[in-house]
Design a binder for this molecule. Structure first.
Ligand SMILES: Nc1nc2c(c(=O)[nH]1)N[C@H]1C(S)=C(S)[C@@H](COP(=O)(O)O)O[C@H]1N2
Ligand SMILES: [Mo]
Length: 423
């Protein structure tokens, strides 16, 4: 423990009351600290005897240098070229639920393009009464809505289907981010164009060379899909689709078209590259599962985890992680420290928003022995996050998509953590 927040103190009191041995150990540790004069307490520090930076030193702020390890990282062998690649959100080092744009993972099929608001155009055509082209200014005059939603690439955790075990939840589960979006419901733009009765699907494409075209059933397009231009209170960053991207809550990241260029209304799906040769799940029998849009309930313990080992020794241990479901709210998250023999419910901290990342915590008194840590999410539909083996039994090993299996962290006595699987 490096801080002495009121919460930590309360919890220490609780632990002392319930576990005499642990309580004694904590009291001894505190006494030792108090007995040694700490210059950080007893001496005037330089920052307290001079001026700090003036207000205009950083008109747009970056994280302090001590946090410079909290960055996106990639896995070089994963993709051939950085313009058609992916990096990973440092979820092991973040708290709460909102992902700052500056460290939210990126996935581009042909690089991030630079598009100004004045050059921006969005076309709606196909089976509509009136084909329309909107400028960015036009979009700003439609009534706005807001939603917080996770975006998870369908390939998140994909390397683990075959058992490749990357050391860190950033790498195993970091193809995810969660932002608060503001924009215009796609429904309003479609209503403006007037969808004809034959129209059953929309096909969304981006301005980039890949275009990343995806077919979306009209029902979803009219429900909660958003044409978004703000994320976490500010303009979208270039890499997330500036100035306009599609937000498709609960559905796989590939459908969240960036640098949104065109919405075409069709009577049937387009069967584009991104929904046939890619983003379909090849099963053992050679058939592919198609239209696997929804991201099923999943969770992962973010700390402790391989990149976030336990450094403080035994005693109070904060276990924390993230849970999410493309089918709605997270109802419950269970945590096991013994590889699934016994489970206890974690605390859902803050709101459990529908189709958004949900934070959970479990405070334990760690006795210093090895742990097999897992979390298991249950969503509001009653769906329970499966084991990886249960998924493999049904889907085989050919696919890289939609792995929402339970992740196991082996916590060793020295606090180091390794990515393992329990049979
Ligand atoms: N126009 C366009 N949209 C796109 C992509 C792309 O390459 N081009 N990549 C898709 C994929 S596969 C994912 S997972 C998400 C990633 O969004 P992010 O870069 O904001 O994390 O955007 C999707 N939208
Ligand atoms: Mo993706």
């Amino acid at each position: 423990m490096t801080d002495d927040t009121p919460n930590a103190t309360t919890r220490r009191g609780f632990l002392r009351g319930t576990a005499a041995v642990a309580g004694a150990g904590l009291a001894a540790a505190s006494a030792a600290r108090a007995a040694t004069p700490d210059p950080l307490i007893t001496e005037v520090q330089s920052y307290a005897s001079g001026f700090g930076d003036p207000v205009d030193a950083a008109p747009y702020g970056m994280p302090i240098e001590f946090e410079k390890h909290v960055v996106r990282r990639n896995v070089e062998w994963l993709t051939e070229s950085p313009v058609s690649s992916i990096n990973f959100t440092p979820i092991h080092a973040l708290e709460g639920t909102i992902t700052p744009q500056g460290c939210a993972f990126e996935r581009h099929h042909s690089g991030a393009i630079e598009m100004s608001k004045s050059d921006y155009r969005l076309m709606i055509n196909g089976l509509v009464d009136q084909p329309l082209v909107f400028t960015f200014e036009d979009l700003l005059r439609f009534p706005r809505t807001m939603t917080t939603a996770f975006l998870e690439c369908a390939a998140n955790g994909g390397m683990e289907w075959g058992g490749a075990q990357l050391e860190g939840c950033q790498f195993t589960q970091g193809m995810i981010h969660n932002m608060e979006y503001t924009g215009v419901p796609l429904r309003l733009l479609l209503e403006e164009a007037g969808v004809q009765t034959a129209g059953k699907w929309v096909y969304a494409e981006g301005h980039d060379a890949s275009s990343n075209g995806r077919s979306i059933p009209l029902e979803k397009a009219l429900d909660d899909v958003m044409v978004a231009f703000f994320a976490n209170g500010e303009a979208l960053r270039k890499e997330h689709g500036y100035p306009v991207r599609l937000v498709v809550p609960g559905w796989e990241g590939n459908m969240w078209v960036k640098w949104l260029r065109r919405i075409s209304v069709y009577d049937q799906p387009v069967d584009s590259r991104e929904e046939t040769s890619k983003y379909t799940d090849l099963m053992s029998d050679g058939q592919a599962r198609k239209w696997t849009w929804i991201m099923d309930a999943k969770s992962v313990i973010t700390s402790p985890s391989p990149q976030a080992p336990i450094r403080h020794g035994k005693g109070p241990l904060v276990i924390t992680g993230l849970a999410w479901s493309g089918n709605g709210r997270i109802e419950r998250v269970d945590v096991t420290t013994d590889g699934g023999v016994s489970w206890q419910p974690a605390r859902i901290t803050g709101d459990a928003k529908s189709k958004a990342l949900t934070r959970f915590h479990l405070d334990i008194d760690w006795d210093g022995s090895e742990l097999m840590l897992q979390s298991r999410a249950v969503d509001e539909t009653g769906y329970v996050q499966p084991t990886k083996d249960a998924l493999r039994a049904v889907r085989g090993l050919n696919t890289v998509y939609h792995n929402n299996g339970i992740q196991t962290w082996w916590v060793k006595a020295d606090g180091e953590v390794e990515n393992v699987e329990v049979a």
